[in-house]
Design a binder for this molecule. Structure first.
Ligand code: AMP
Ligand code: ZN
Length: 466
């Protein structure tokens, strides 16, 4: 399997630290607002990478953090007159709902920065002891020039960086020995959340959060570190400096970065104001369509968001789902075992599976993998009706497996919801028995909103879809 490594700017054969296992860390969002669909791109892309590794039989330890202490969170908390944790907890929950809608699997663990402060303090202490960091009036800085390989990820030359920094004096950072040094720990300001530390009350810098959480939950050397390409510098460059200076081990063997989701050729971002939240978009398109749209391009290619392109993804996805529905019908109503023709067709199916796998093994080329799925759909449309039951079943299983790697849900929504409907009806019956008619009506209304009509009959409650 080949992975493009930002560190070497080459596609490299993937060799895990531990055979059969993958430890990957994906920088997560700062939680002060709903996530926008740009933020959703790394979530979808790296969830697909994870799913492919799992398909190949790897045991994946997928760690993705929530940055829940940050200037923007604090600002929002002050505006609302609440504690910063109220804001971060609210948007962690909202983010998880969006991830679920996008069929992004929950990480093996989603550490929160505020729950990992102790480990960060320990790392900072080690860096001070090793001469890579220093404290001035409650602020601890990383001594950038003490890490000889600084710039190796972003390919920046430290002297050029120094020249660029010469005139920039940030208020409150006058104690820096070198303009290139960056903050590991900052002292408390009035009204801000803070933790005790050997340098007084304060809070960690952003970069040290990820260094610590990936060390704690995966190890000193991890297989893959990932995020959007805007994180290469300074965030990931600084993470490498901190982690390698602290641990004396290579930090991440492979660095993967997704390109931007653009709008009118510009990066979608909160600060530019040119964004749509996942929540907004979910009112216009099923989030499955958004996921499929994101995977229609290679993750290292910029992707422009436009209604025309999303509409085309919607049609493409529908074509796949219709073929799967037809295969399900064929698998239910066709008869018999494999014929000679079926066997010949299954060979073609296997060739397409190989094609799909070859695309995914070439640095996760989901665009080409989807092309292989479309070929399989075409074959299914031609052959399933006249094939045997066994053939339809085999083809169905194969196609569903390939879709599942991309996170495409192939079950019809109705099938997913039936159990929930039955459970609600049962709850309504219990409420009526207990004379809690308010709750019973609430459930009836809730179901009605989703187009489910209840009918009380002598045989019990019957339901239909409107
Ligand atoms: P942030 O909350 O800004 O730290 O972003 C969370 C993740 O989303 C990071 O991996 C960013 O690189 C990524 N990201 C932000 N904007 C975009 C965009 N327009 N396209 C792709 N990825 C993005
Ligand atoms: Zn990070």
């Amino acid at each position: 399997m080949k992975v493009f490594n930002t560190l070497t700017r080459k596609k490299e054969e993937f060799v895990p630290v531990q055979e059969g296992k993958v430890g990957m860390y994906v920088c997560g969002p700062t939680v002060y607002n709903y996530i926008h669909i740009g933020n959703a791109r790394p979530m979808i892309v790296f969830d697909t990478v994870r799913r492919y590794f799992e398909y190949k039989g790897y045991d994946v330890n997928y760690v993705s953090n929530f940055t829940d202490v940050d200037d923007k969170i604090i600002k929002k908390a002050m505006e609302e007159g609440v504690d910063a944790s109220v804001i971060s907890e609210r948007f962690i929950e909202e983010c998880k709902k969006d991830m679920e809608g996008l069929n992004v699997k929950p990480a093996s663990i989603h550490p929160k920065a505020t729950e990992e402060i102790g480990g960060m303090i320990q790392m900072i202490q080690t860096l001070i002891e090793k001469g890579h960091a220093y404290e001035v009036d409650g602020t601890v800085y990383f001594k950038t020039r003490s890490f000889k390989e600084y710039g190796k990820l972003s390919k920046k030359n430290i002297d050029d960086l120094e020249a660029g920094h010469r005139d920039i004096k940030v208020r409150g950072e006058e104690g820096k020995q070198d303009p290139l040094d960056f903050v590991l720990w900052k002292p408390k300001k009035e009204g801000e959340p803070a933790w005790e530390s050997p340098w007084g009350e304060g809070r960690p810098g952003w970069h040290i959060e990820c260094s610590e959480m990936s060390k704690k939950y995966i190890g000193d050397t991890i297989d893959i570190h990932a995020g959007g390409e805007d994180l290469i510098f300074p965030h990931h460059e600084n993470e490498i400096a901190q982690s390698e200076a602290c641990n004396d081990e290579p930090f991440a063997n492979y660095w993967m970065h997704n390109a931007f989701l653009n709008i009118d050729g510009e990066k979608m971002s909160k600060s530019a104001g040119n964004f749509f939240t996942v929540r907004e978009i979910s009112e216009k398109y099923p989030l499955q369509v958004i996921r499929f749209f994101m995977l229609s391009a290679h993750y290292r290619s910029p992707l422009n968001f436009s209604d025309t392109l999303v509409e085309s993804s919607k049609n493409g996805l529908e074509r796949i789902l219709t073929a799967i529905d037809n295969l399900k019908d064929a698998a239910a109503s066709n008869t018999g075992t494999l014929t000679e023709t079926d066997r010949a067709n299954l060979e073609k199916v296997q060739e397409l599976v190989k094609k799909y796998e070859a695309a995914m093994e070439d640095d996760f080329n989901t665009a080409d993998a989807i092309a292989a799925i479309f070929e399989m759909v075409k074959l299914a449309n031609i052959t399933a009706k006249d094939g045997s039951q066994e053939y339809a079943q085999k083809l169905l299983e194969t196609l569903e497996k390939l879709c599942d790697i991309l996170g495409i849900i192939t079950e019809k929504e109705e099938e997913l919801l039936d159990a929930d409907i039955e459970a609600l009806i049962e709850e309504r019956q219990a409420a009526r028995k207990a004379k809690n008619f308010a709750r019973a009506d609430e459930i009836r209304n809730q179901l009605a909103e989703q187009g489910i009509i209840l009918k009380d009959t002598r045989e019990g409650v019957k339901w239909t879809r409107a």
